[in-house]
Design a binder for this molecule. Structure first.
Ligand code: SAM
Length: 248
């Protein structure tokens, strides 16, 4: 029996690949890639020459069966996506679930993931968070998506595309108000890496000031609605502060 390795690759900076990922890519018999041309560039950067084949949203179900057969024949296979951790808003779910169902061995080779990299530097609570992928394309659905994200009470991590960010912020503002807090993380690990924290209105102004700021890869994060207990204690703190003003 072979093993399917789920290998994380960089999200920008090519140095963000682990020694173990390089060794795995060099040792496996085959590499399943979301886009073989994209992966060819990474492999050439690593000085590796390997047999790759495409596994993407449109052929995944059919390819998964083929990969399972290879694994059962004793071949080792790596799955990579264009950037970051496979399956995280990327192909691979059909393959991994089939392998698990059929008792094939699946092992992670962890590494970069834009959601976790963004969260770790956001300054937002990390004790409880949810990753909710890309926002829906339609305005109404997007407004409910942002309301649900906020009402979850957890920090929400959202992937966003450059041509939709301004429309998404409009909907966020409509759903949660102009003063809603947001954090934007852009171009992580690349030369123009940027973090912006503030209200949605401030973020809109920041992005409008220079259209170049709207370009690039974006992660949007929202703090969750404060829970009742902390809302009460905030009110208590406000009263204490008021009382203190009148104390000798
Ligand atoms: N599998 C990837 C991962 O582990 O992060 C995500 C793939 S998903 C198709 C692409 C989205 O991830 C982009 O639209 C953006 O929201 C986010 N992303 C990827 N690389 C990024 C980076 N360097 N900086 C900020 N966001 C990034």
């Amino acid at each position: 029996q072979g093993t399917l390795f789920i290998v994380a690759t960089p999200i920008g900076n090519l140095d963000d690949i682990s020694q173990r990922a390089i060794k795995t890519l060099s040792d496996v018999d085959l590499i399943a890639a979301e886009d073989t041309r994209h992966t060819a560039k990474l492999l050439s950067h690593l000085g590796l020459s390997k047999r790759t084949f495409a596994l993407h949203d449109h052929n995944e179900k059919q390819k998964a069966q083929q990969v399972l057969t290879w694994l059962q024949q004793g071949q080792n296979v790596a799955l990579v996506s264009d950037a970051g951790t496979p399956l995280i808003s990327d192909p691979g779910y059909a393959l991994v679930s089939l392998c698990r169902e059929q008792g094939a061995q699946v092992t992670p080779i962890p590494g970069a993931c834009a959601a976790i990299a963004a969260l770790s530097c956001s300054g937002l609570p990390t004790d409880q968070f949810q990753f909710i992928g890309f926002a829906p394309a339609k305005s109404k659905a997007r407004q409910s998506f942002f309301s649900d994200a906020y009402n979850s009470g957890m920090t929400s991590i959202i992937y966003e595309s450059t041509h939709r960010i301004m429309a998404s912020l409009e909907d966020l503002s409509a759903a949660l108000g102009e003063q809603a807090q947001v954090v934007l993380a852009k171009e992580l690990t690349k030369s123009f890496e940027t973090f912006f924290s503030g209200t949605v209105t401030e973020l809109q102004q920041f992005l409008q000031q220079d259209p170049a700021r709207q370009k690039g890869e974006i992660v949007l994060m929202l703090p969750g609605k404060p829970n009742k207990a902390s809302a009460v204690s905030e009110e208590a703190l406000r009263l204490i502060a008021l009382l203190e003003e009148h104390m000798p």
